[in-house]
Structure formats: structure tokens, C-alpha cells
Design a protein around this ligand. Sequence first.
Ligand SMILES: [Zn+2]
Ligand SMILES: [Zn+2]
Length: 160
Amino acid sequence: MKATNRPCPSCRAETTLGVVQDSSGQDDPLEVTLRALPVLRCAQGHTHFVTIDFPRKLLEHLVKEDERQLPAAEKKGLIFKHFLCADCGEELLPKPDHRHMFEVDLDLPDVAPFVVQLSMPVYRCSGCAKEQLHSLIEIQSHTPGALAKAFEAAGIAREG
Ligand SMILES: [Zn+2]
Ligand SMILES: [Zn+2]
């Protein structure tokens, strides 16, 4: 933690650390929920990221580290796409089973720990029943959009 917060980027007033309990954003098929997101608040009620590069760092961490750990199928076929189980190689059932929520604990430098929930459709393997995503790249590509909407829902003001 830094000793002093940065001043409010909207009005230059002093800020205090605050928390937004729950804010969600959806970019189909992905829904992102930020839980206990640390923010800065000023006396005029502006809400801002704790650091200016916070959104970039969070996005990078999610896409490059956390989402890569999610169970994802292998895609086969150029015209007729098949999704094969990453564990046993059997085909996945054609329809999503349900939406599954994956929870990620974020511990970024200079920011109090918080939780990100990633909710997306999962498909069940016809062989071993393991649930997995169709495509990791798809989920990664929807992450910036879903995050932007979650920040909007949190009432975070634009800056820069
Ligand atoms: Zn302000
Ligand atoms: Zn399987």
C-alpha cells in the first residue's frame, strides 16, 4: 500500500480508499463480477481507480494468467467445428450444460486483494463428464468488454 492516495483526477481533492461491493458487466457469453473492488473516493462523490494503470493491469492479469487456467476444450475442424475434451479427447455435448462461475483471487501490487467472478457457459464431455469452455480465446476476447461494463456499473469516472 502506498502511504498517500492520489488526488481525485476529476476535481484534485483528497481521496480516501473505498470499496464497491459488487459490480457486474456482461459481454456475451462472459459475465464478470468484481467483488470488494478497491476504489478512491473524494468528498464530491467521484469514484476512481486506485491507480491510473489499474484497469490495464487487471485485464492483463485476467487474460494472461487467470483465464489460462480455466478448463477449455480443443477445437477441431475448419468447417464443421468439433470441441474435444481436453482430458479424454471425447466430443463435448453440443449444448451448454449451464453457466459455471469461476472465482479468481486478485492480489495486484499496491491494491487491496479482491475477487473477480467469471461466469460463462460450460459444456460437458460425453466421455468423462468434465465441464469445460468451448474456447479460451473467445472468453479472453470478451474480457475487455465485460470489464468495461463492470467498471461502468461501479460508477468509476473516466479519466485521461
Ligand atoms: Zn473528485
Ligand atoms: Zn472427457
